[in-house]
Design a protein around this ligand. Structure first.
Ligand code: BGC
Ligand code: BGC
Length: 747
């Protein structure tokens, strides 16, 4: 193989930035689809498109080479982290935190096997799962990807998932039909960062850190895991992607891992002295495959040059290439394998979201429900007249969480993006009918309708909105959304007993809701088979779910939250036979709640829950998408997609609406090219021309714009930017500032 072709085996671009022609020209060893990438630029592309594109990439990568060089098929990796959930119609299993509550390795093995089959149906070969993080601070946005805070539980569950996905090492079917390559991720320390900050630093004594965060790896390696993903985090200040002692000496030497070490999304670019397109350091430290979604061309060129000038020894290059080839060999890819659609499971659409797989998911949902409180209302009585409330009750995107169709999940997704799925409401309605009772859906509760018949019991479904990675990082553990609380209280006021069903990616401080409800079920993020929730509520399945994380008593969170005592220990969870606890009122004070200022309208890539972005009348959920001449797209400032590029067509305008605090607006922004026509901003009634300010900002990098009453006249709950000519600017933050109310406006 030429140096160019060897290097290409180590370069992993995202399908969003390559075409089959690029694959044909470069012959990448592997490709990936990030959480927001789908075939042909469509993140919601139907399953058939995935297989079609897999065939196209396959054919491009296997076209004969003129110089007689060996032809090596490319393989495609995806984040099938709770089922093959990027693909509409796939079975979406509960996220790992729910699976942890099942404590059931056999179930998890079956989930792995079902997931592998569904991946094969769409022609892919490799999944970036399981996450075997040991999450130690629930403020971390990836807590739900962790099976448990206890390495002793993460270890067997991670190994079981690997066995399910890949088959049993040493047996005939290993990595064969119905099996895909798995990834143990993220090595290591992802769940141990200071303050739970995603991609942050983990500090402390190395042996002690390894005893917690590297503990699940020996079993994963023992199960034959094909790849290990290097973590974004640093350990005592050194980023893992450049950490030879840990990536090579520990992982290869002590732990004996022989498979592929794949990098995380531009993780190499975070190594000191590196950029996304230039980083010999990572290969030298022990990385084999660079995940380089967009900058693959420049990275390929720099690596080739570094091999040629001796910066990278040929032996290191060969070693990494060999590992990629061995993985393909083990997958059968090098032995006359045919194109994805011609493989045994390729295009067998009846296997995607099959009844058998959905039954496993439903079983997992039922086994993951943890009853935290039950003042005698569960199981529900047969024949009961039930009312089901809460906007989360009939909400498949919300019950699926992040990494579902899109990276962040939620947003503009609807049930239509999850064909074949059942909402929690759907499951309750069916179970009520079967039990000879009735159920009605009243998302906002029936309290308003005085004439409404009084139900025997109300089930209120509520919880966290979906998020993924750092977007889910929080400063404390307070659960703020009061929709569920208000509903629980309204039913209580009418003398109607309630069951709270709480959707969340982590244990959160919900003392107020625990006090208000007669029964409380931690439901986690169940995925597409919401009927599993009803299975427990109605007593069809015994409640065997037990917490795999301790539950906080106070709302602050942080490393020391346990000092105040936990509300429920790990292992807690009630069975129906458990003593019916009298509800001792829990302390409802939470300083973090009192201090909320509602100050951040947009920060860390997220719009605050009370804030909306609209282009005229088109809602831009999550400040993304397009409508009426506005295009809002995610860009990276300090972290992936933590900022947006807002592009205006002629005459287009974008508005932000949120709480009217009367305060000034501070906007972190950058202008690459000055506006070609007038740009105005309006908050009160009057449009202010800001063309001059934006022109001055051209090419000056990130700056802050302060908009106050001094120029706007009044600052309300709505801020509108309008541009007469085509224009684009980037914003990373919009905050309200009380103190700046009357200062001059500035750019
Ligand atoms: C995440 C990984 C994921 C990868 C590809 C990264 O940002 O940390 O868990 O596998 O992206 O989507
Ligand atoms: C995610 C990808 C996602 C990307 C967006 C990464 O961190 O893991 O899957 O599409 O960010 O920039």
């Amino acid at each position: 193989m030429s140096i160019e072709r060897k290097v290409a085996q180590l370069v992993q671009p995202d399908i969003g930035s390559i075409t089959p022609a690029d694959v044909r020209e470069y012959r990448f060893g592997t490709i990936l689809n990030g959480g927001n990438s789908g075939p042909y630029g469509n993140d919601k592309a139907p399953a058939a498109d995935w297989l079609k594109l897999a065939d196209e990439f396959w054919e491009a990568s296997t076209a004969p080479l003129e110089n007689g060089e060996p032809v090596i098929p490319a393989i495609w990796a995806t984040d099938a982290v709770h089922g093959h959930a990027n693909v509409p119609g796939a079975t979406v299993f509960p996220h790992n935190i729910g699976l942890g509550a099942t404590h059931d390795p056999d179930l998890i093995r079956r989930i792995g096997a079902a997931t592998a089959t569904e991946i094969e149906v769409t022609g892919l070969d490799w999944t970036f799962a399981p996450t075997i993080a040991v999450a130690r601070d629930s403020r971390w946005g990836r807590t739900y990807e962790s099976y448990s805070e206890d390495p002793a539980l993460v270890t067997p569950l991670g190994a079981a998932m690997i066995e399910g996905l890949q088959g049993k090492a040493g047996t005939a079917g290993f990595l064969g039909q119905g099996k895909v390559a798995a990834t143990a991720k993220h090595y290591f320390g992802d769940g141990g960062t200071s303050q739970g900050v995603d991609q942050g630093d983990v500090n402390g004594d190395l042996d002690k850190l390894m005893a917690i965060h590297a503990a699940p790896y020996p079993a994963a390696i023992g199960a034959g895991v094909a790849s290990v993903m290097a973590s974004f985090n640093s350990i005592n200040g050194t980023k893992m992607h450049g950490n030879k002692p840990l990536l090579t000496d520990e992982l290869r030497g002590k732990l004996g891992f022989e498979g592929v070490v794949v990098g995380d999304w531009n993780g190499h670019g975070q190594v000191t002295g590196c950029t996304n397109s230039n980083c010999a350091q990572s290969l030298l430290a022990g990385l084999d495959v660079y995940m380089v979604p967009e900058d693959w061309k420049a990275l390929h060129a720099s690596l080739v040059a570094q091999v040629k000038d001796g910066t990278i020894p040929m032996a290191r290059l060969d070693e990494a290439v060999l590992r990629v080839l061995r993985m393909k060999k083990a997958l059968g890819i090098l032995d006359g394998e045919v194109k994805p659609s011609a493989r045994p499971n390729g295009g067998k659409w009846n296997l995607l979201g099959s009844p058998e797989h959905r039954a496993i998911a439903r079983e997992a949902v039922a086994k993951s429900q943890v009853i935290l409180k039950n003042a005698g209302v569960l199981p529900l009585k047969p024949g009961a007249r039930i009312e089901v409330a809460g906007t989360a009750a009939d909400n498949i995107p919300q019950q699926s969480g992040g990494w579902s169709i899109t990276w962040q999940g939620g947003g503009d997704l609807t049930a239509a993006n999850f064909p074949g799925a059942t909402s929690i409401w759907g499951g309750i309605a069916e179970a009520a009918r079967t039990a000879g009772g009735t159920a009605v859906l009243a998302p906002t509760g029936s309290a308003a309708a005085a004439s409404a018949a009084k139900p025997d019991i109300a089930i209120v479904v509520f919880g966290e909105e979906p998020y993924a990675e750092f977007v889910g990082d929080r400063k404390d553990l307070a659960f703020r959304d009061e929709e569920g609380l208000a509903l629980l209280k309204a039913y209580k006021a009418r003398g109607i007993p309630t069951v709270a069903v709480f959707l969340s990616g982590r244990p959160l401080w919900v003392n107020r809701e625990l006090n208000a409800a007669d029964a409380f079920v931690a439901s986690w993020l169940p995925g597409s088979e919401g009927a599993g929730v009803a299975d427990v509520l109605f007593g069809k399945t015994q409640p065997t779910g037990r917490l795999s994380f301790a539950w906080p008593k106070t709302c602050e969170g942080g490393a020391t939250w346990r000092e105040g005592g936990t509300l429920f220990e790990r292992g807690y969870g009630l069975g129906f036979a458990a003593p019916r606890i009298a509800s001792v009122p829990l302390d409802e004070t939470c300083a973090a709640l009192t201090n909320d200022s509602g100050a951040a309208w947009f920060a860390n890539g997220r719009l605050a829950s009370q804030v909306q972005a609209v282009a005229d009348n088109a809602l831009l959920p999550d400040l993304r998408g397009n409508g009426n001449g506005i295009v809002a797209a995610g860009i990276d400032r300090r972290a992936q997609e933590d900022a947006r590029r807002i592009t205006f067509g002629p005459g287009a305008k974008i508005s932000f609406t949120g709480p009217d605090s009367g305060a000034a607006f501070r906007i972190a922004y950058q202008v690459l090219n000055r506006p070609a026509g007038p740009v105005t901003v309006t908050a009160g009634g009057k449009a202010v021309d800001i063309t001059q300010g934006l022109s001055v900002a051209e090419g000056k990098g990130w700056r802050e714009m302060v908009l106050t009453q001094a120029c706007l006249g009044s600052t309300g709950g709505r801020l509108t930017f309008a541009s007469a000519a085509p224009f684009a600017f980037q914003i990373s933050e919009i905050t309200r500032d009380e103190k700046a109310a009357n200062v001059e406006c500035s750019f």
